[in-house]
Write a protein that binds this ligand. Structure first.
Ligand code: CAA
Length: 259
């Protein structure tokens, strides 16, 4: 598949997706979001992809939704735009494969929201995060009012959204918005190292763990526990569980078949 605004590169079992619209700091226009939508559908069906890294070309990760395109929308069009972005980011969030945002620069508005729809965020020390929408007279529209509060707590999310100010990568890690900060030079390498650590494990178990964590966050502890028990039990019907436990007991490395 060829894209105008996305570059893809497979390294071993990891797909690296680079958002590439550098003339607008990788701002998300409709064409770019449509490409993301199609790519996510493709990733979901490709079992040779164990993990996905999203990053941005140039000095920005993604500087938000495209302000020029949004400037002329009416109410109904604005709602439809938000719904489309929300749908695509939810599809990203619910991909079976683990996803890592390697945040190389500005992650603002829709860019911060894209990073938050990923499972893990690693940031360059040059990265800046923020939800500047209220400064443009709009609310965050691609999940920012929902995912930010879950990640950093209600008060901090309200501070970030109400003030529309940017925060540094150091502050982002201190509030739990990003997992770790690194230098720009080794950002992709760090993300690939983490992806490789994920890829070497049993992928059925990785994917079921993701489902249990995400489903559990939406429910109470009893239901969450029931979901975990179901996923845990399911693992015992796999060849991977038999092989990995046999290998451990024989002091060998397991060979996973994802079966
Ligand atoms: N939409 C459209 N174009 C954008 C853009 C955006 N979100 N962000 C940057 N650009 C464009 C600029 O217009 C500029 O284009 P020209 O060269 O044609 O003038 C180019 O990218 C470079 O930008 P700057 O000259 O502004 O670069 P800078 O280094 O001086 O500033 C910045 C960088 C602080 C990120 C600044 O560009 C900026 O504030 N951008 C807007 C950030 C923003 O408000 N994002 C939220 C959008 S709303 C949203 O995302 C809603 C939602 O929840 C879905």
């Amino acid at each position: 598949m060829t894209y105008e605004f996305l570059k893809t590169e497979k390294q071993e079992k990891t797909l690296i997706v680079t958002i590439s619209r550098p003339s607008a700091l990788n701002a998300l226009n409709l064409a770019l979001i449509k490409e993301l939508d199609a790519l996510i559908d493709h990733i979901k069906e490709d079992d040779s992809i164990y993990s996905v890294i999203f990053t941005g070309e140039g000095k920005s990760f993604v500087a938000g939704a495209d302000i020029g395109e949004m400037s002329v929308l009416n109410g109904m069009e604005g709602k439809a735009w938000g719904e489309f972005g929300l749908k695509v980011f939810r599809k990203l969030e619910t991909l079976p494969q683990p996803t890592i945002a390697a945040v190389n620069g500005f992650a603002l508005g829709g860019g911060c929201e894209l990073a938050m729809a990923c499972d893990i965020r690693i940031a360059s020390d040059k990265a800046k995060f923020g939800q500047p929408e209220v400064g443009l007279g709009i609310t965050p529209g691609f999940g920012g009012t929902q995912r930010l509060a879950k990640l950093v707590g209600v008060a901090k999310a309200k501070e970030i959204i109400f003030t529309a100010t940017m925060i540094t990568a150091a502050e982002a890690v201190s509030i739990g918005l990003v997992n770790k900060v690194t230098t720009p030079e080794i950002l992709l390498e760090e993300a690939l190292t983490m992806a490789a650590q994920i890829n070497r494990n049993g992928q059925i178990a990785v994917r079921l763990s993701k489902r249990a964590i995400d489903a559990g966050l939406e429910t109470d502890i009893e239901t969450g526990g029931a979901i975990e028990a179901a996923m845990f039990g399911l693992c015992f019907s796999t060849e991977d569980q038999k092989e990995a436990m046999r290998a451990f007991l024989n002091k060998e490395a397991p060979t996973f078949k994802n079966k």
